[in-house]
Design a protein around this ligand. Structure first.
Ligand code: DC
Length: 225
């Protein structure tokens, strides 16, 4: 980990397109990628599996600290087990924003996240990348979109996977999760003062990537850009 290694911090609510933006940028630049939401999802999925409930904050924090997590070829491996699909289930998704409100869990995950700042650079995607985890990031993006558009995008994604989905229920779940992420006391979802705010409601992901990439070039953040 080094403060000299450049970081692009991408924050925003779920469904804003930040995950797609982050992976497109990381691939284009040849940088590492941190999907910090996956870490909270892992804590939630393992908590469910081990029967640890939300009222046991120190137990959850100790559990989070003890996990051996690796991201290999799009797979999420935890203590040798493939949890890629499990962390995307509705149960883990919903509990993830609840465990994310616990200061002990956030502290346990903080070090893991900072250790991912490695050469040649890191693209970090989450809710508090620019405000708390990497306040010295060279470029901070806050990607937003209205809730209806985000729910519709999620609906299309799930539909394409052949799953049966209900749009009003998705919208309701997204609003509840936003509310929890914005209102929590520790590291709430908010734009850093020096973030560039992009509203992707009326934009395609290609347009969003092009806008952010132009910023990377203008700031001479990566070699060869
Ligand atoms: O980005 P995501 O939907 O995979 O994130 C899952 C949950 O984790 C989300 O509801 C809020 C939480 N989270 C967080 O609190 N801080 C982050 N940096 C990333 C995610």
């Amino acid at each position: 980990m080094s403060d000299n290694v450049p970081v692009i911090a991408i924050d925003g609510p779920s469904g804003s397109g930040k995950g797609t933006l982050a992976s497109a940028l990381a691939e284009r630049l040849g940088w590492h990628l941190l999907d910090s939401g996956a870490l909270y999802r892992i804590v939630a999925a393992v908590a469910i599996a081990r029967g640890i409930t939300l009222d046991h904050e120190s137990e959850l924090a100790a559990m989070a600290e003890g996990l051996d997590i690796s991201f290999k070829e799009q797979k999420v491996i935890v203590d040798g087990e493939d949890l890629t699909d499990l962390i995307r289930t509705e149960g883990a998704t919903s509990l993830s924003s609840e465990v994310a409100a616990l200061a002990g869990v956030r502290a346990a995950i903080l070090t893991m996240q900072r250790e991912m700042r490695r050469v040649p650079g890191l693209v970090a995607d989450g809710r508090d990348m620019g405000t708390v985890v990497f306040p010295s990031a060279e470029l901070k993006i806050f990607l937003d979109a209205d809730a209806e558009t985000r729910a519709q995008r999620r609906y299309n994604q799930l539909k394409n996977k052949g799953l049966s989905v209900n749009l009003p229920a998705l919208l309701d779940a997204i609003k509840k999760r936003d509310e929890r992420d914005i209102r929590r006391a520790v590291s709430p979802l908010k734009a850093a003062g020096d973030a560039i705010i992009i509203d992707s409601t009326a934009m395609t992901i290609v347009e969003v990537v092009a806008e952010v990439y132009a910023e990377v070039v203008a700031r001479r953040l990566a070699e060869g850009t």
